[in-house]
Design a protein around this ligand. Structure first.
Ligand SMILES: C[S@@+](CC[C@H](N)C(=O)[O-])C[C@H]1O[C@@H](n2cnc3c(N)ncnc32)[C@H](O)[C@@H]1O
Length: 521
């Protein structure tokens, strides 16, 4: 059924046949999307928090909810592109409230399959209702100009020539700030995959679930309607629906967690740490607890998907009721070797090194109390403290494994927060870099000789990844870098090493970085 906003608005700017303005329609989806875009623009709201609240409060469901989500998130992602086109089509700079409506209309015209007359008509209606008749006329004129060309036709007009300025071209064509395009290109090492990467960064990711070993199983998630994950033995994808409705998630036996986040935690547990026991792990920047939740379950029950036989799994406590015990005999001492590798056992994964058998304890720390509380809520056995990792509340040299998931720009997870790319500020990278170096130093101090540190960022920016690791290693004689890719043999195309770099376009994950460092003395 057509809305009133769509009826009769084809190319007439929302006037009826007599030329009188029609009564504007109340279009709940578009009004909600407009409110979200305004709130993000005006008061730095977070779209992913505000939109679900508005939908709930206004009783917007089903197709209307899906439309509001696509309108709000898609508009926010594409702001850079739309603003360049709006500027080209306007004879004056629009007021912010009018500009937000134009962005919403441009998204419908250029990237959604909304018929042009409906995209223009409904936006003009909205502006007439929310702002006024004068603004509605202006919006009608600008949107009609925008609708006269496709996005592919607009890009060469508004973006710099790719031959002169390839980064500037990609920034406008794919709606990313220029400095982020540069950072991605530097981390990828060439421009070859940039279009695919930026495209993947503009797509809404599937919700990925993790089944925490010993507490739930992937089968349980599949039974609840999820699809099997691509790499992680604990992952499942949710195509639609609220993950909180899944029993295992509601009971924190499973959780929402990107597959790369699962894999970097798993990789840390797979590195052999030599003969001094493997009992105490530290998650130094644990809040809100995604990786701590998985590490806590593996520490308790073992890497159940990687253990080589039923007997190993039973020894590690493959049930949801008890913490695991370690018999210390099932881990491989070298990545990929037969002993302890699932290949040697009965039909488990054939390519996974060093599955941890269970029986460790986790200390999880975060500098912020409220984030430490979230860790406490999501873990079962871990001890949780509020502590500054740069001024350790623990003795040095006592941990067998340390996860340092460092505070970072989050450039690797831009697909999750539609407006995030426009909020990040490159000026903060220098200060973050100082903190990241200090945290990595204290992480190396915390681990015993033979033990291992995972340095992780949800950013591929070189200044937060390779440069930090390289600087710290250059200063310390007591640490060496391992080839992280060897501990993730199930994942292809992780880069030239020795670190592992995930990418949305290659792996369908966030652009997570992992370096594994062993304390040598
Ligand atoms: C990238 S997040 C960690 C995400 C978490 N590992 C997970 O998987 O859910 C970084 C965390 O580091 C914490 N943090 C920042 N500075 C810190 C410090 N000096 N010591 C300990 N934690 C810190 C932040 O509060 C934030 O919760």
């Amino acid at each position: 059924m057509k809305t009133r906003g769509q009826q009769g608005s084809g190319g007439r700017g929302g006037d009826d046949r007599s030329g009188r303005p029609r009564r504007p329609s109340r279009d709940p989806a578009r009004n909600a999307a407009y409110d979200v875009v305004r709130a993000v623009d005006e008061r730095d709201a977070y779209a992913n928090l505000l939109l679900p609240r508005l939908l709930r409060e206004r009783g917007i469901k089903g197709r209307d909810a899906a439309l509001a989500t696509e309108l709000a998130y898609g508009t926010l992602r594409g702001l850079g592109t739309y603003d360049a086109i709006i500027e080209m089509c306007s004879d004056r700079a629009p007021d912010p409230d009018v500009r937000d409506a134009l962005r919403l209309g441009a998204h419908q015209l250029l990237r959604m399959r909304v018929p042009p007359h409906a995209a223009v008509g409904t936006t003009v209606d909205l502006v007439r209702l929310r702002i006024g008749q004068g603004a509605a006329k202006f919006v009608n004129a600008v949107l009609r100009k925008i609708g006269s060309r496709t996005l592919e036709e607009w890009v060469p007009i508004v973006a710099p020539d790719p031959a002169d300025d390839p980064v500037g071209h990609l920034a406008v064509a794919y709606g990313h700030p220029r400095w982020i395009v540069s950072a991605f290109r530097d981390a990828l090492g060439s421009s070859d995959e940039m279009a695919e990467l930026l495209d993947a960064d503009n797509a809404r990711p599937l919700v990925t679930l993790v089944s925490r070993p010993g507490r739930s199983s992937v089968e349980e998630l599949l039974d609840a309607g999820a699809l099997p994950g691509r790499y992680s033995p604990y992952a499942a994808y949710l195509r639609e629906g609220d993950p909180g409705q899944i029993e295992a998630v509601a009971e924190t036996r499973a959780a929402v967690q990107d597959e790369a986040s699962q894999l970097v935690a798993l990789a840390l547990t797979r590195v052999p740490v030599g003969g001094d026991g493997d009992e105490l792990w530290l998650d130094m920047c644990a809040g809100p607890g995604g990786k701590a939740g998985l590490l806590d379950a593996i520490a308790d029950h073992g890497d159940l998907a990687g253990l080589r036989s039923e007997a190993d799994r039973r020894a590690a406590g493959d049930d949801a009721s008890r913490p695991g015990t370690s018999d210390g005999g099932t881990r491989s001492d070298t990545p990929g070797s037969g002993a302890g590798s699932p290949a040697a056992g009965g039909g488990m994964r054939s390519d996974v090194p060093g599955a941890f058998p269970g029986g460790a304890r986790v200390l999880a720390a975060d500098v912020q109390y409220h984030r430490a509380r979230l860790v406490w809520q999501t873990t079962r056995s871990a001890s949780v403290v509020t502590a500054d990792g740069t001024e350790p509340a623990w003795r040095p040299g006592v941990f067998d494994r340390v996860m340092l998931d460092a505070p970072c720009t989050g450039l690797g997870a831009l697909r999750r927060r539609p407006e995030a790319r426009w909020r990040r500020d490159p000026a903060g990278i220098a200060d973050l870099g100082k903190l990241q170096r200090r945290l990595l130093e204290t992480a190396l101090d915390a681990v015993r000789p033979g033990g291992v540190v995972a340095y992780v960022t949800c950013s591929p920016h070189l200044a937060e990844t390779r440069v930090v690791v390289g600087d710290v290693l250059a200063r310390r004689k007591d640490a060496e870098q391992l080839d992280a890719r060897a501990y993730l043999p199930e994942v292809e195309a992780l880069g030239d090493g020795p670190h592992a770099q995930f990418w949305p376009h290659r792996h369908g994950t966030d652009a997570m970085f992992l370096a594994l460092l062993r304390r040598t003395s």
